[in-house]
Design a protein around this ligand. Structure first.
Ligand code: GDP
Ligand code: IMO
Ligand code: MG
Length: 424
């Protein structure tokens, strides 16, 4: 089992952090391949609770090396603060965290542009996390980005920052009527990163290649979810990277042939933060109940998550795109106590019915879900240790999902803690 990829199958927040943390003791390396501090991956153990934004979710297992790959966009200030917080919990980070020298940086002007563009879009705002993700990837592809390796060269960095701010300040001021960013203050803040980040920086692609050659096992941790993929998601209401399986290869430099397991994380219902189409969204008491029982508030921004029923049209689409070998169904416990459970099987669009996920949002926005209704189940699932001990209707719900998507379920999560997981 050289490389396992864990991918969110919906619009993010499926419980990837919990599952990665759970699988981490079985591997040598946990690596993030895309996204940045827009991610919020929650890990709960003993009486501790931590939300990781940039550091991979293997950091709480001493024997695991964590890698932030070239495909990630890194806010060095946020990363240093996160390292400090993890160390404050008593975990060694230096020597266990490796950062790609080729990863691009998120700078203050990316965050300013992210917020300015959202204001500019007004009613059409994406509802981004404001972490500068889009503008940083724009610079990467425009070949004007600043990379981790640039932090290690003080004089070169000064020059790059001056050039970047010349352009960004012109845009911020004349297009968005925003404040200019002070060049000297920014240089002051960033010049000493050469010493602070240096111990972590390496050629992670070479490290991972060597690890594979030595028979080490790698767990690639996706951030966001397949429906937020810039190509395959609900564009333009997406993030600016590739959470889908292919992103693992380009974001880490591991070959596709090294991947032999792709775990799709499926929340037992659906949530979405930010704007964009969401056919099974509930704007009624059931939606409120899911939000309240599932504590559906963003781990990064604290925004209430939009909640709705499970959508198998979307799930069959993301299973096809990613080639999920198995599924981890999370938050099953949240559904306990609901009288009945609805599962979207197809969409009605105008006078047509389709089981295919439309690839343009104008069509998706008109899609009305066609539901199949299953009986609900009762009871507190948190103490259950074996699948057979789950309520019969809960087992039927899981079997139904697995059959419709056509992928076996390997894990069932019944609470936020590590031990609240059933391995099938
Ligand atoms: P991620 O971004 O995919 O890692 O997910 P988040 O951490 O943003 O959101 C998942 C939330 O659900 C976190 O608060 C987790 O602690 C919590 N969680 C994960 N699995 C379960 C579960 O099976 N049951 C319940 N009740 N909570 C869960
Ligand atoms: P994890 O890894 C849920 C959403 C934002 C917005 C859109 C674009 O915790 O599952 P961005 O800041 O990336 O430009 O925002 O994507 N989004 C997420 N939603 N979970 C996430 O990460 C997300 N990361 C970004 O809400 O709709
Ligand atoms: Mg999250």
């Amino acid at each position: 089992m050289p490389v396992t990829v864990v991918i969110g199958s919906q619009w993010g927040d499926e419980g990837k952090g919990k599952i990665v943390d759970l699988l981490a003791p079985e591997v040598d390396i946990v690596a993030r391949y895309q996204g940045g501090a827009n991610a919020g991956h929650t890990i709960v153990w003993d009486d501790q609770h931590f939300v990781l934004h940039l550091i991979p979710s293997g950091i709480f297992h001493e024997g695991v090396t964590c890698v932030i790959g070239n495909g990630v966009v890194i806010d060095p200030v946020a990363l240093m603060e996160e390292i400090r917080q993890v160390e404050a919990l008593g975990f060694q980070v230096e020597g266990r965290l490796l950062i790609s020298h080729n990863a691009h940086l998120i700078m203050p002007y990316h965050k300013a542009l992210d917020k300015a563009r959202e204001r500019w879009r007004d009613a059409e705002a994406i509802g981004t996390t404001g972490r500068g993700i889009g503008p940083a990837y724009v610079d990467k592809f425009a070949r004007t980005g600043i990379r981790v390796v640039d932090l290690l060269d003080r004089d070169g960095l000064r020059e790059k920052l001056c050039t970047a701010l010349d352009e960004k300040n012109a845009i911020l001021q004349s297009v968005y009527h925003d404040e200019a960013i002070d060049v000297e203050a920014m240089i002051e803040e960033y010049v000493d990163f050469d010493q602070r980040i240096d111990p972590f920086v390496t050629d992670t692609t070479a490290f991972l290649g060597q690890a594979l050659a030595n028979g080490k096992r790698i767990l690639a941790e996706g951030a966001q979810g397949a429906l937020l993929d810039v190509d395959f998601g609900t564009y333009p209401y997406v993030t600016s990277s590739h959470p889908t399986a292919g992103g693992c290869c380009t974001g880490l430099g591991v070959p596709p042939t090294s991947i032999d397991r792709i775990v799709g994380i499926v929340k037992a219902y659906t949530t979405r933060v930010g704007n964009g189409p969401f056919p099974t969204e509930l704007q009624d008491d059931d939606g409120e109940l899911l939000r309240a029982q599932g504590h559906e508030f963003g781990a990064t921004t604290g925004r209430p998550r939009r909640c709705g029923w499970l959508d198998t049209v979307a799930l069959r689409y993301t299973a096809r795109l990613n080639g999920f070998t198995d599924l981890a169904v999370t938050k099953l416990d949240v559904l306990a106590g609901m009288y009945e459970l609805k599962v979207c099987m197809a969409y009605r669009i105008g006078d047509k019915t389709t089981e295919r996920f439309p690839n343009d949002i104008a069509t998706l926005e008109r899609a009305e879900p066609i539901y199949e209704t299953l009986p609900g189940f009762d009871g507190d699932l948190s103490g259950i240790e074996a699948v057979e001990d789950l309520p019969g209707d809960a087992r039927d719900y899981l079997k139904f999902i697995s059959d419709v998507i056509g992928v076996p379920i390997s894990m069932i999560s019944t609470g936020p803690r590590r031990e609240e997981t059933l391995v099938v």
